[in-house]
Ligand binder design. Sequence first.
Ligand code: HEM
Length: 430
Amino acid sequence: MTDQPPSSTATPELFTWEFATNPYPAYAWLREHAPVHRTRLPSGVEAWLVTRYADAKQVLADPRLSKNPAHHGGPADARGRTGIPGERQADLMTHLLNIDPPDHTRLRRLVSKAFTPRRIAEFAPRVQELTDGLIDGFARSGSADLIHDFAFPLPIYAICDLLGVPREDQDDFRDWAGMMIRHGKAGQGGSPRGGVARSVKKMRAYLADLIHRKRAALPDTPEPLPGEDLISGLIRASDQGEHLTENEAAAMAFILLFAGFETTVNLIGNGTYALLTHPGQRARLESSLAAGERGLLDTGVEELLRYDGPVELATWRFATRALSVGGQEIAAGDPVLVVLAAADRDPERFADPEVLDLGRRDNQHLGYGHGIHYCLGAPLARLEGRTALATLLTRLPDLRLAVEPADLRWRGGLIMRGLRTLPVEFTPVP
Ligand code: HEM
């Protein structure tokens, strides 16, 4: 699989099956020849793709670009079909990724209070326990689909635990989330039809009821109790005059689930795949783990995010007025999509960007975004990614792909980049 750009001067075809498998040559071409490129997406919507690092960083932090889909110049009733968040399920859609200041500032401050680094640090033993439990489930068999058996369940159980979804209800969440990941992204406004619509509806009803029950059970103390869950933290903040409506609390729980779920599945999936296909880098990481060092694991997970990260395109942005990006005029109402995967391989920013170097130091990648919408869950994602990869490599030392890389299938969605399955083999471990 070569990552070199096509030599022809014709614009490469985007959104084909080959593109989903390896979009990097096409992105390299765009970066060089059409860094701010207007394209028709498979949904029919026209949008600008921004592929250079410097432009990407500017756009992600530019207040003239709104996250509110009401600023889209196209017809509102078409939004559901185009992938732009629409009117349907509107109550769950008014979350951090679809709003601007001052509402964004208010809600982000509130959830940041509940989503503290301390809470994440306290959560480390539980992430390790979940990781070990999932590996125990297939370690004796000598084979597994690492997406289905490992990368998929780990983040869903982790975020359910953090939110305070009781363990006995977590398999329902696993089913609902599975339906949404397979058939559409309700969280990003994908057209929620049939099973997806039913799953979103069930999840919404469940979250509303859970918030209700937690509010009734919340002890009347001003300070959070040790180990208090995130939904209780949100309710406490809203009861202390932070103006969080019950709808906003449900939308917040929903976005935490969705922003924190498929992204982490793909960090583990893409990351493991990259390690299995770069034996030198994998051996380097294994010897560092065996020596009890953590440094290479930490820089390595960042490099895996840069090299083949879970979020290929940042979420929708809309020009609120005419503006210029990288010398290209963009009209008011136009959608703008920042291609994080292209920016993170920009040779103007990264030395040897096509090379996976787990020890890379100068690595200010955009895998978690930039600006006011910078990933809120980055500390949790890092914790899960580091724990998952280190434990896999340590417990299953001869882990290997069970198929040729060319036989793997990548999901074709717009925003996320990830594998459908990751079949592996290893010597069974008793
Ligand atoms: C490796 C895993 C992850 C990656 C690569 C990732 C990436 C991103 C990116 C690129 C954005 C910004 C999108 C934009 O500006 O359009 C974002 C925002 C966000 N992420 Fe993550 N994310 C990950 C995991 C998580 C987790 C585990 C959570 C929480 C449980 C989370 C919660 C959020 C939230 C709430 C936002 C919206 C923040 C805002 O709008 O203020 N993410 N993430």
